[in-house]
Design a protein around this ligand. Sequence first.
Ligand SMILES: Cc1cc2nc3c(=O)[nH]c(=O)nc-3n(C[C@H](O)[C@H](O)[C@H](O)COP(=O)(O)O)c2cc1C
Length: 191
Amino acid sequence: MDFSAVVTGRRMVRRYRPDPVDSDALERIAAAATSGPSAGYAQGVVVITITDEERRAQIARLAGEDDYVARGFEPWLSVAPVHIVLCVEPQRYRVRYSEPDKDAAALDIPWWWVDAGAALSLALLAAVDEGLAAGFLGAHAIPGLRGLLEIPVAVEPVGLITLGHPLPDRPSSSLDRGRRPADETVRRDRW
Ligand SMILES: Cc1cc2nc3c(=O)[nH]c(=O)nc-3n(C[C@H](O)[C@H](O)[C@H](O)COP(=O)(O)O)c2cc1C
């Protein structure tokens, strides 16, 4: 797909057809997510792809999908045929930034969150490029995810990307605030 069509065609989708996602497409999306830039080339982003129906249902329960549906939304996590859990390994950055060619002060900014954002964007855009849609739910909203997926204590789950063939959904109320005007978010030559 044309890159600008991918960028403008992306939006968070929270409702999908239950049909499976082609496994090669899923591999390409996971590869895209983990091929982004990383601070010091620490490569601390790891994704867990989940297609197993029962596991997805367990995650939906942890996220309180019943309450979400009771608030008038369609089921989201349980129906999405693919979950991709986005994780980061901070220790890889601490080790890398302790090496002689690096300045440890650079880690005043925890670069692993930046790399996670880059990975998220790549996954969301790769999904659109495959003719699919994606959504994102922060890990804070899925208590017990670490235990369910046996994520080691040194690894931080960032959130969960849902993937599938889109259906019309009820837009998030966050969108009511509208997009900030471009002359506020893109400035030229000075703030
Ligand atoms: C870092 C990050 C965290 C987000 N967390 C959530 C979330 O926990 N639940 C949710 O429904 N949407 C979440 N979103 C989606 C945003 O609400 C969404 O991107 C925003 O409303 C703009 O909509 P759009 O992406 O469709 O343009 C998150 C997005 C980002 C980038």
